[in-house]
Design a binder for this molecule. Structure first.
Ligand code: PLP
Ligand code: COI
Length: 340
């Protein structure tokens, strides 16, 4: 471990690492791609991404396991989701097998930046693609760049596993029949005002509702919701405009197969939140972040576990998921890709 980084005090930020992967789509085909040193991107002032936000991205992590290996968690699902994002945004798909190979190659080229086991930090990988040639009429670009960089990160929310307070947002995240189900940069651009406003008012995140009826829970700006009923059932919202979180899909399997919980993937109404015993946000960056309180326009929904620690079922889910990721528990077939 040659890098002089204070692993245990890392936040969720950008630390430049040694190598990144770059591939270019020119004349209708992808080149071989390569690992390069230069972290800077140069492009036309009129590039498609700069004019019409033609970009999508992914997020996944590499972990150092208890027995010293370095692994990635389900990168094939990130490859598949990025392909879905590209198709919806009229971008060329980067071949899914090559996507996985490039993720593993980036980790391998930056092994010194994979935080030590037990430090609480992990190596976050950010694959992304954007239209790079000049575009001035509203249409897709012709040339694209696909890149993957990595950066060591700590907890997404300050305080790590301490419950957070969120609010029901008056802003919407994703329109019906829009782009909420893919990882388009534009979904995040339009959430920036809402998150700054939430932070200014003392909330860690926004709970977005379905824009059509404003009665159903969708997700937050960067994570899906999980709820636990008083009798220990995992309930997680279903909607066409929610990003299909790989963490959430994994937790549904973990809950059923490892913890023997009942699992419900269904519409969740705002007015049933008061009946749940526990609430959490799940995602690659968020892992599982417990929610202690939801503010619905001054009406406070407080979960019984309180503001000091996560509830008992959330803790079991957290320990089991991270146990699988860090090699303490046996993973389902195909979930773990060993790099070294
Ligand atoms: N929802 C949104 C809007 C996100 O940005 C993310 C992060 O990727 C998630 C959910 C969680 O997805 P995943 O578990 O695949 O990281
Ligand atoms: C992730 O969890 O990978 C995301 O992309 C969410 C983002 C808020 C960092």
């Amino acid at each position: 471990m040659s890098k002089n980084i204070d692993w245990s005090n890392l936040g969720f930020g950008y630390v430049p690492t040694d190598k990144r992967f770059v591939a270019n789509f020119v004349n209708g085909k992808w080149d071989e791609g390569a690992l390069i040193d230069d972290p800077m991107v140069t492009m036309s002032e009129c590039a498609g991404v700069l004019q019409y936000a033609q970009t999508c991205f992914e997020g996944l992590k590499a972990y150092r396991t208890e027995d010293g290996k370095v692994v990635c968690f389900r990168p094939d699902l990130n490859a598949a989701r990025m392909a879905d994002s590209c198709r919806r945004l009229e971008m060329p798909v980067f071949p899914e097998d090559k996507f996985v190979d490039a993720c593993l190659a980036v980790v391998k080229a930056n092994l010194d930046f994979v935080p030590p086991y037990g430090s609480g930090a992990t190596l976050y990988l950010r694959p992304y693609m954007f239209g790079i040639n000049p575009v001035i009429g509203v249409k897709p670009a012709e040339d694209y760049q696909f890149r993957i960089f990595c950066t060591p990160v700590g907890p997404y929310f300050k305080g790590g596993a301490k419950p957070i307070v969120i609010r029901v947002s008056d802003f919407d995240r994703a329109a019906p029949n829009g782009t909420g189900h893919i990882k388009a940069g534009l979904n995040y651009a339009m959430s920036l005002h809402a998150i700054v406003d939430a932070h200014n008012k003392g909330f860690s995140e926004n709970m977005y509702l379905d824009p059509k009826t404003r009665t159903k829970v969708e997700e937050t700006g960067g994570a899906n919701f999980i709820f636990i009923t008083k009798d220990g059932t995992l309930v997680t919202p279903k909607s066409d405009s929610i990003l299909p979180s790989i963490t959430r899909r994994s937790l549904m399997i973990v809950a059923e197969k490892y913890l023997g919980m009942k699992v419900e993937h269904r519409e969740v109404y705002l007015d049933e939140l008061k009946d749940f015993a526990e609430c959490g946000l799940c995602g690659t960056a968020a892992v599982i972040s417990p929610v202690g309180k939801i503010d619905d326009h001054g009406n406070e929904i407080c979960f019984p576990a309180g503001m000091e620690e996560m509830g008992p079922w959330t803790k079991k889910l957290y320990d089991t998921l991270t146990g699988i990721q860090m090699g303490r528990l046996e993973a389902p077939e195909g979930w773990i890709r060993v790099i070294e």
